[in-house]
Design a protein around this ligand. Structure first.
Ligand code: SAH
Ligand code: F3S
Length: 483
């Protein structure tokens, strides 16, 4: 769901409404974070105006685009395999097919793609999608095309994304692009550029449009949403130079969230991702104040050891993080908290690893997304530190972290037993066509017998059983979020 890297979604090809006058066929597939999936909707929207309809059949595509992820080596290897597959199709069935690489790998590897991977005709970085019509013209005339220029102000706020393969209920809305944090392990600041925020008005207009089309839940998206700041445009880092007037009328994340919740009282809101260093108390009060903002915070920590946090250039200690968690629990009782964790960062000792496990116990995370450290070329860690934790140690520590999370998750689901929770129905349960599946405010998947309810309904569900990941119950009526 709003996990950065949703394994189930990886490589999904996207299909949208067909325009009759469009004659060319676009096959677009996406890897990586929610932001990439959201960007693909912007790309498809731009290409609809260029005569393309989407297809799920690679063999018949005139243009194949792959939106790529560089976060870990494995993500890049997956994309390389896909490029081989396109190559095979191009050679054997569809010689006229053009192939473009979008997203973070395009930005990271730049012209290397055109030179080395002969299959690739076009390379387009995450801030260059508006240049696609020009780049396509180049390609159609037989030339390679590349634009990997990162922008200081592009937010695509003026492009209305088409919703690809949408259930018509949940939608992502981007509010910031890029990241200024420079965590030493992370490639994102290099592939997605400086942090910039999107104008509140364009965010609210996009939500209004989604509301009018029947959507019920919005996830506000950014690498670091708590750092959102609009003061008339420009980079976050230049805020100090803003005029007094700009400063006085600036909108921060707490205010943006409040505006969303007030203007759309029957729309449910989530957001992702929160960086602990930028999460302020004000946001917690806004969440507590509004029933339509979910009690769920994805709060990646990466490690429980202050020394490792410092090496990672995360701007907080273990104790500061714990204090923030205490504050969340005090202001938003029962709030779900989830983590991202990296095991085997350079110099990580057994003691550091134990600190990670004990921090997890302290927080009692509801979910987690856990990874073994993967050195990324160009990052500070790659340049300055030796990747010195043996692979098998990284893997063993990862397994311990995963096992502990499993245990914590079970503890966390069982706290809902015999309680009544509010669920937004999203789809049929995978296990049974007699059950609906949705999530409660705390982001727990909840299933229950269908009754007369339908997807998009807000329903109160009495929970009478649970697994580590799922609540099982019975509907007892509509909630007051129901229209
Ligand atoms: N901006 C978001 C997402 C960053 S990428 C945030 O601040 O959380 C998503 C997750 O991938 C990170 O939180 C981290 O846990 C993991 N990750 C990033 N770089 C990594 C690397 N080099 N090796 C292993 N995991 C990594
Ligand atoms: Fe990466 Fe750290 Fe930003 S994990 S996306 S540099 S907050």
């Amino acid at each position: 769901m709003e996990k950065e890297i949703d394994e189930k979604k990886q490589g999904t090809s996207l299909v949208l409404e067909q325009k009759e006058e469009n004659t060319k066929k676009l096959f677009i597939e996406s890897y990586g974070c929610a932001m990439n999936f959201s960007d693909s909707e912007i790309v498809a929207s731009i290409l609809t105006e260029q005569g393309y309809n989407t297809t799920q059949n690679l063999e018949e595509a005139d243009l194949v685009l792959v939106n790529t992820c560089s976060i870990r080596d494995k993500a890049e290897q997956t994309v390389r395999k896909r490029l081989e597959k396109y190559n095979a199709v191009k050679r054997s069935i569809n010689p006229g097919m053009k192939v473009g690489v979008l997203g973070c790998m395009a930005e990271r590897l730049k012209s290397q793609f055109l030179e080395e991977e002969k299959i690739v005709d076009m390379v387009v970085g995450p801030d260059a999608y508006k240049d696609l019509p020009n780049l396509l013209k180049e390609v159609e005339e037989g030339r390679d095309a590349i634009n990997v220029i990162l922008s200081k102000d592009e937010t695509y706020g003026d492009i209305s994304p088409v919703r690809l393969q949408s259930n018509g209920i949940n939608a992502f809305v981007s509010i910031t692009r890029g990241c200024d944090n420079m965590c030493t392990f992370c490639v994102v600041p290099f592939t997605r550029g400086r942090e910039r925020s999107r104008e509140p008005q364009s965010i609210l207009e996009e939500i209004k449009d989604l509301w009018e089309r029947g959507f019920k839940e919005i996830t506000l998206l950014g690498q670091n949403v708590d750092s959102y700041l609009w003061y008339g445009g420009g980079l976050k880092k230049d805020f100090e130079k803003a005029t007094e007037m700009q400063k006085a009328t600036a909108v921060d994340f707490a205010q943006l969230l409040d505006m969303c919740a007030v203007q759309f009282p029957k729309m449910r809101f989530r957001f992702s991702t929160s960086n602990p260093q930028d999460m302020h108390e004000e946001v917690l009060h806004v969440i507590a104040k509004h029933d339509n903002i979910c009690n769920y915070i994805h709060l990646p920590v990466q490690s429980g050891s202050t020394r490792i946090l410092q090496e990672m250039n995360r701007q907080h200690t273990r104790e500061e993080y714990m204090a923030l968690v205490d504050k969340i629990k005090a202001i938003i009782p029962g709030c779900s908290i989830s983590q991202d964790m990296i095991t085997g960062f350079p110099t990580e000792t057994e003691e550091d690893h134990q600190d990670t496990l004990s921090l997890m116990e302290y927080v009692e995370y509801d979910f987690g997304y856990m990874f073994a450290y993967s050195e990324r070329p160009g990052t500070l860690a790659a340049r300055k530190m030796e990747d010195d934790v043996p692979e098998e140690v990284k893997k063993r520590r990862l397994q311990e972290v995963v096992d502990l999370q499993q245990e914590l998750s079970h503890r966390r689901t069982s706290r809902f037993l015999n309680q009544t929770v509010e669920v937004l129905i999203e789809k049929e349960s995978k296990r049974s066509d007699a059950h609906w599946s949705g999530r409660n405010s705390e982001n727990m998947v909840t299933v229950f017998p269908k009754g007369d309810y339908k997807p998009g309904d807000f329903v109160l569900v009495k929970v009478n059983d649970c697994t580590t990941a799922t609540l099982i119950g019975e509907a007892v009526g509509y909630s007051n979020m129901q229209n």
